[in-house]
Design a protein around this ligand. Structure first.
Ligand SMILES: Cc1cc2nc3c(=O)[nH]c(=O)nc-3n(C[C@H](O)[C@H](O)[C@H](O)COP(=O)(O)OP(=O)(O)OC[C@H]3O[C@@H](n4cnc5c(N)ncnc54)[C@H](O)[C@@H]3O)c2cc1C
Length: 371
């Protein structure tokens, strides 16, 4: 995946404004606090070339994506664009060739990036230009799609807006939460969503209402190619202290029941029941993914550096040195075993992006242990 060639091939008019300078050099890596991983560097290929001089955001060629994910696995993006704000994104999309494959990521808390990397252009919505959080009249809060859910929830508490505290314990960005219809303990984004701004594939800015999002359990279907840039949620007036107490209780509950300090992407598979845990134990457990995995004997099952977490068996975990293939193959093995033991086909909740390495690039066959 050669950077300069990709820029020319995908970037249309952007290709003509690329300057000759390297998009990122060692000093910049250091300033960003990213340690180049020797394995990822091997897959990166030639040094990145070219920067879209017209855009305030950064365009990188061949940049490893593993540091941008919670699971810390995955190969490089052929091109990675990190827009500086919504206007920058709109300008970039307007210039982009319609054939260019585009993949959107937030802060990578629900992603496996495959070891062969992601062809085309990866656009990351995160950082200061997408991070503003603004209380509005009527117990509403608007935030950039890159604002972290936890920060959003804290700001809602400060503003005396209740009903949004479920976001305090979800580690992603608000854009990712809206796109995934994230939720926990019986509350979902769909319940509190008012509207969102998005940039289309053609670079137009549009406003989306709840009907445009097509919310379903852990998914939405946004208008084709839409990238969320800001989201407005509606809560209800409440006392900041009461809201904070509920957030503290939810954080404690998480820490008790989930491996919050491990490298995971949250729940690996959707609950066949069609809803997340209410946390109250007042719903049937039979169709909860963790229970089916447990009953199939997969708690603690290991493949290379990947393990089905002992504490919560629906949390696929990078226990150290896992590749994306270890994680994905372990997930597929678990799906097979659950199908055999219960007749139920688990569906992935974690989004998997990119390609597997070409044959011969990884010869490693990790052992299965923990049975
Ligand atoms: C420890 C842990 C606990 C978790 N607990 C929960 C939980 O309780 N409930 C829950 O629902 N999830 C949970 N998750 C999963 C995850 O945090 C959520 O799905 C989160 O909302 C994803 O946001 P993100 O920014 O990390 O998105 P990413 O992982 O980067 O992307 C996820 C998906 O969202 C899309 N997307 C991201 N940003 C945008 C955007 N701006 N516009 C359009 N599409 C976009 C991507 O294309 C991708 O398909 C957990 C994860 C971890 C690691």
């Amino acid at each position: 995946m050669g950077g300069r060639a990709a820029a020319g091939r995908y970037a249309g008019r952007i290709g003509r404004v690329l300057s000759g300078r390297s998009s990122i050099n060692a000093a910049e890596w250091m300033r960003e606090g990213v340690r180049p991983n020797p394995a990822a560097r091997r897959m990166t290929g030639p040094r990145p070339e070219g920067l879209a001089a017209r855009f305030a955001g950064r365009l990188h060629a061949g940049r490893p994506l593993w540091p941008l994910t919670w699971l810390r696995v995955g190969g490089p993006a052929e091109l990675l664009f990190i827009p500086s704000d919504a206007a920058d994104l709109a300008a970039f999309m307007a210039e982009l060739s319609p054939e260019a494959p585009v993949t959107i990521i937030g802060v990578g808390s629900n992603l496996i990036v495959r070891d062969g990397g992601v062809p085309g252009i990866v656009i990351r919505i995160a950082g200061r230009g997408f991070g503003a959080v603004e209380p509005l009249p009527g117990a509403r809060i608007r935030a950039g799609a890159g604002a972290l859910d936890s920060r959003f929830a804290e700001a809602a508490a400060d503003a005396g807006v209740g009903g949004l505290e479920f976001l305090r314990t979800i580690p992603g960005s608000l854009g990712g939460a809206a796109a995934m219809n994230a939720g926990c303990y019986g509350a979902y984004m769909a319940d509190v969503f008012e509207s969102a701004e998005a940039v289309t594939r053609a670079g137009e800015t549009i406003t989306l209402g709840p009907d445009d999002m097509n919310f379903a359990y852990r998914s939405t279907s946004l208008p084709e190619g839409a990238i969320l840039t800001s989201v407005t949620l509606r809560g209800r007036p409440d006392e900041p202290e009461a809201i904070r107490a509920r957030m503290t209780a939810a954080l404690a509950k998480r820490a008790e029941t989930q491996p919050v300090k491990d490298r995971t992407a949250g729940s690996t598979f959707r609950n066949p029941a069609g809803f997340s845990s209410t946390g109250r134990g007042d719903h049937g457990q039979e169709l909860m993914a963790w229970k089916l995995i447990d009953e199939a004997g997969c708690r603690g099952l290991r493949l290379g550096g990947a393990v089905m977490n002992e504490m919560h068996p629906n949390f696929l975990t990078n226990a150290g040195g896992a590749t994306a293939a270890d994680l994905e193959n372990l997930g597929e093995l678990v799906r097979k075993r659950v199908l055999n033991s219960s007749g139920i086909k688990l569906e992935w909740e974690i989004r998997r992006i990119g390609v597997r390495p070409e044959a011969g690039e990884t010869g490693k066959k990790p052992a299965i242990t923990g049975e």
